[in-house]
Ligand binder design. Sequence first.
Ligand code: HAM
Length: 445
Amino acid sequence: MPKITEPKVKKTPKSSMSKSLGLLRGFKDILPADQSYWRFIQEAAESFYRGYGFAKIDPPILEEASLFVRSIGKQTDIVEKEMFSFADQGQGLVVLRPEATASIARAYINHGMINLPQPVKLFYWGPMFRRERPQSGRQRQFHQFGFEILGDPNPVIDAQIIGIVASFFQQIGLDQISIQVNSIGCPTCRKVYLQELVTYYRSKRKSLCEDCKKRLTKNPLRLLDCKNQSCQLVRTEAPQIVDWLDEECKNHFMKVVGYLDELNIAYILNPYLVRGLDYYTRTVFEVWPKEIKEGAQSALCGGGRYDGLIEMLGGRPTPAAGVAIGIERVITQLRAQEVEIPNYSQAEIFLAQIGDQAKVKALQLFEQLRRGNIRVAENFAKDSLKAQLELANKIGVRYALILGQKEVMDGTILIRDMESGVQEIIDFNKTVNELKKKLANGNSN
Ligand code: HAM
């Protein structure tokens, strides 16, 4: 008989066994305390996509790497160094999506959406992944929601999308923002502009940072985006793309800003705004908080027109435009601008009980209150009334219901106003209705 030997398992050193496990760099838990902000934004976003006639789409989180290489561009930071990618057996290289516009364009082609009435208006919400250097406002997993309008070249679409985000930020109470707008033309006029830009920057090569020296050959448009002080000085004299737009691109841009003026949407023309993804044509824009913290990444959203993307991915030529809003950054701004948001999880009442019989009745009553959409806090494991009322106070409920031996016998229950301390005896069977009335009165005060 062959000798059976135990497989050799490397022993984990004691020290690392006891070490608690942490989060991966750039990844965060969304804690219960944050959930009110998430729900607040989600409810606003959902009312917007429905109100503006968008249909929701949920593309998968994992996609073929080539989708993003072809769309975002080989020479961009995202594709060059920021994709979480791995080889999947039989499926080649796959990535956790760094953004969703490319997936939307793929879905538009895959599902023959060109046959639907145009334009097709799609909304999405979900996590994105970029292996960037984490810093304030920049995570490796972050969340976006986005609006994409596919199938129409009209500049009114660009203005409408900018209008949607302006109105969104206004509705959620973020008014300290600025909308930055630019046009980066079409591939034809941009080509001529880029030659001019490179000639200018070459003449200033000595003053450029190492990254910009590489950008001269790899991605010259991004020269305008550099945060290095010396490069920003060079930029002040650089040729501006608006002066190089061809007739059609110029007209398109004039119309976009014309609509924004008509709609009274305040914006700043920013000749240096170029965006970090290669698929854009003509209009590009971002929304920034008015006060930008030193060193923090702060664009709240970014978008623009991408007329060549669907064709680049193998579809028929289809103009399109869209925007994606960064949820974590919006939450940071809501906090910074001290915007009051509803506290959805706040319990409205506390259900206290004393004695075994009362406990059983309280458990049943809890179920009725929950079905009546009343948010109830409790601690059925506690017996002391004092301890339960202290907890009710801590939670900050408006009313406490108290159910003791006597109330069980009488078929009644006590309602205690936690602010005034006044207590009232009511019929047990009328608890839900009485509470609803009291809460409605309280809320309208
Ligand atoms: P983006 O500018 O790369 O555009 O991202 C949009 C927004 O997502 C940013 O303005 C920011 O709020 C948020 N964001 C991006 N990266 C991070 C990060 N590492 N950490 C936290 N938040 C981040 C796009 O993704 C395009 N797909 C937008 C678009 C839609 N263009 C046309 N349609």
